[in-house]
Design a protein around this ligand. Sequence first.
Ligand code: HXC
Length: 511
Amino acid sequence: MTSPNVTMLEQKRAAARLGGGEKRIDTQHSKGKLTARERLEILLDPNSFEEWDMFVEHRCTDFGMAEQTIPGDGVVTGYGQINGRPVFVFSQDFTVLGGSLSETHAAKIVKVMDQAMKTGIPVIGLNDSGGARIQEGVASLGGYAEVFQRNVDASGVVPQISVIMGPCAGGAVYSPAMTDFIFMVEGSSYMYVTGPDVVKTVTHEDVSHEDLGGASTHAKKSGVAHKAYANDVEALMGVRTLMSYLPQSCDDKAPEIATDDPITRKAPALDRIIPANPNQPYNMKHVISHIIDDDSFFEIHPDFAGNIITGFARMGGQSVAIIANQPMVLAGCLDINASRKAARFVRFADAFNIPLITLVDVPGFMPGTAQEYGGIIAHGAKLLFAYAEANVPKVTLITRKAYGGAYDVMSSKHLRGDVNYAWPTAEIAVMGSEGAARIIFRADSDDPEKLKQRSDDYRAKFANPFIAAKRGYIDDVIMPNNSRFRLARALNMLKGKRASRPQRKHDNLPL
Ligand code: HXC
């Protein structure tokens, strides 16, 4: 005879698996969205998911809620594996009361986060929620704050990744915002602090959900999202790929992934990549693809602040974080968005023991009132601060321009760059030769001939890497074709790097 408890177990499991029921599952599918459980199946290795708290139910009795209990309470939590390595997960179920967050729903999320911190295992959150469970009032708000506190406690301890796969509005946005990476899905996800109706009332702007907080908006304009994907499946596969570059925690190193691409591979094309005219751009992404292990570049923020490139890659199988000025966009200038983008990336890599490779071709900081009024001083300082405090291996290669403060900022020797190389085409100076001649030879400013001569003289003296190399600011001037080998060898040498910071409560980075 089957025990009544076993029967009840089966019934409860079936009810939890069904979530909000067939009709709501169909509605979810009709919006091009997968269900919470289908998403976990794609995210995790087959049969690796261990579910927790399937029987948790809310305790609210107001507004007819006593009749609306569904085991699991709108979020599926537990742990599983990605490429054989454990991850904690939570996946909000929009079919159950709109995935809204109740006190008990929050407690389930908090439980996996606490365990993730104890065990040094990353947390991946799949967000699809109507926000605070309206029937619960402050109990729900308290639940959010409990999650926020865990986001902060876990920051820099374990990687935290958020995928926005439906609504994420109001204060709810601040949990993903404090995680390390946010991926969004085009057309079905949106994030905003206040929705279109409130915007209309307060600022009289007419704006759609998509324009206000859709994936493109955040991936291109605000930079809140690190990547936008066409659908749920691609976003989840993107998370799997990202995880392959990351360690499990701050006490761990990223996995090494064997490669058939020899580190001795030469790239003769790089000897010809710098144009004869210093004002002509070239694509820094080509430089990246020549030096890294075959096809291993995973770009972060590909659609935001294109004047700086950030992304993970591998060299000799080792995970690296690449930061590179992009001469194709705004001549590779550092502006507010580029500084913010790169600073956060550098800090992530440093927190999780991923070496920094910096490729420099920067004419300086972006001039203009928009930049000054927007606080380029404070934002630029973030990047400087991030590089200076980073004590992971730092390898820098100057391909062409390294002018002014931007030279200092971009992982220079003076900010404790471990290995600093330059190509023979490097130009390291306070500023470009024309600007320099105009200032130091102001008396000649009415004489274009003379000014050109002065500019040529300045260029001849400084448009090379040897003055910096003479002082040891550049460790060696290397041939472009051999860059992969030289950088990989430097990284190998640096594997045992140890460096400490002064004692303090915490630093005060210019937020
Ligand atoms: C309880 C909710 C809910 C919520 C949705 N539902 N949001 N239940 N609390 N916050 C329920 C609906 O009643 C409905 O139940 C089901 O979920 C699906 O919702 P629909 O409205 O039918 O879906 P859709 O048309 O797709 O619209 C989705 C939506 C909308 C845009 C998210 O539901 C909505 O505006 N919800 C309220 C959003 C909101 O104001 N949340 C509070 C924000 S403040 P049935 O039974 O019909 O299927 C907040 C503060 C956080 O979150 C603060 C943290 C500090």
